[in-house]
Design a binder for this molecule. Structure first.
Ligand code: NDP
Length: 322
């Protein structure tokens, strides 16, 4: 049996993503085979496709997906055929079927639409660890958050606001600024001169935490927007990687700190994964967390999905549907 899947034969622009037929994957010991309801499109897949992050080619992208279990590998306990599962740590999800280690999958609560389930794991778990663990801003504190209308941005804003944190966000267009405001941001800025505006909006003090997934073009401003002993959480490079910088700048800025976290390091144990998934699914079920699906593309149009993401033309979650 074969299935439709996206394959890149080499690194390059979005055009290297082509639909092809691949042999059906088989679940190994401890693994689940899942019929893809939807696969999440994430910035990391653009880094892998372009060669910024090294991956072996030919390459089928996709670590995020949801769907029904259609087969279980040897030794799997706790999952059965027919159950709806989701994961942020699966393999080759840009395909009609994908494989995931059972202990990296979560059962999706009843009532959650399978496509919505695919939109939750990667950006939802990221927003969760950014709000609770990579930094932990306190109620009443102010943070800066870039790309407030993006996938991570909309979710992180909602989680922070629910914890009583005041969010100042950035976004590039009036439509995106409106979305960020609706997610709870108290102030939404354009990128031009944002560091000075943040100082004005914090009475000259600066923010406790700057969440920066944009990278190259915002890093200097994010540092400049921090208060004394503020923390810069650099979690991505949507505009490109940040060049090396002089650590002495952290001292001059007021005993600042910078961290460069990754989701995998915040899903270290089954307990940690279950805690984060549990809180995110519960927040979705209670309506506290609104999942915005900004665009759905047919699987065959994966290249279009990458183009849109890289052109800053998307909001919220981007999904591929087989
Ligand atoms: P988004 O939906 O946020 O899309 C990226 C957004 O970044 C764009 O929509 C755009 O918003 C903004 N942006 C600013 N400058 C540029 C540029 N030059 N090119 C492209 N986009 C730009 O993506 P995700 O929510 O999927 O991811 C957000 C960030 O989080 C990414 O950097 C990603 O790598 C990172 N990430 C990190 C994780 C981790 O654990 N470290 C896990 C998951 C994601 P606007 O138009 O408003 O500027």
């Amino acid at each position: 049996m074969t299935m439709r899947a996206i394959v890149a034969e080499r690194s390059g622009g979005p055009e290297v993503l082509r639909e092809a037929r691949l042999p059906d994957p088989e679940p190994g010991p401890g693994e689940l085979l899942v019929e893809t309801a939807a696969a999440g499109v994430n910035f990391i897949e653009t880094y892998q496709r372009s060669g910024l992050y090294e991956v072996p080619f030919p390459f089928t992208p996709g670590s995020e997906g949801a769907g029904r279990v259609i087969a279980v590998g040897e030794g799997v306990t706790g999952f059965a055929v027919g159950e709806l599962v989701a994961s942020a740590q699966a393999r080759a999800c840009y395909a009609e079927r994908f494989v995931v280690e059972a202990d990296r999958a979560a059962r999706v609560p009843e009532g959650v639409d399978p496509a919505v389930a695919a939109a939750i794991p990667l950006q939802g778990l990221t927003a969760h660890y950014l709000a609770t663990s990579a930094a932990a801003p306190q109620p009443g504190e102010t943070v800066l958050l870039h790309a407030g209308a993006g996938g991570v941005g909309l979710l992180l804003t909602q989680l922070l606001v629910a914890r009583g944190v005041r969010v100042i966000s950035t976004a590039s267009t009036p439509e995106k600024r409106e979305l960020s405001r609706a997610a709870g941001a108290a102030e939404v800025l354009g990128y031009e001169g944002f560091a000075d505006r943040v100082r004005e909006l914090t009475g000259g003090e600066g923010v406790a935490v700057a969440y920066d997934g944009v990278g190259r073009t915002t890093f200097d401003g994010s540092l400049a927007a921090l208060r004394v002993r503020g923390e810069l959480v650099l979690f991505g490079a949507a505009s490109g990687p940040v060049p090396p910088f002089d650590l002495q700048r952290l001292n001059a800025g007021g005993s600042l700190s910078v961290t460069r976290p990754s989701l995998g390091h915040f899903l270290r144990t089954p307990e940690e994964r279950a805690w984060r998934f549990g809180e995110i699914f519960a927040a979705v079920a209670s309506g506290e967390l609104d999942i915005r699906i900004g665009a759905r593309f047919p699987l065959a149009d994966a290249a279009e999905a990458h183009r849109a993401l890289e052109a800053r033309a998307t909001t919220g979650k981007v999904l591929l549907e087989p």
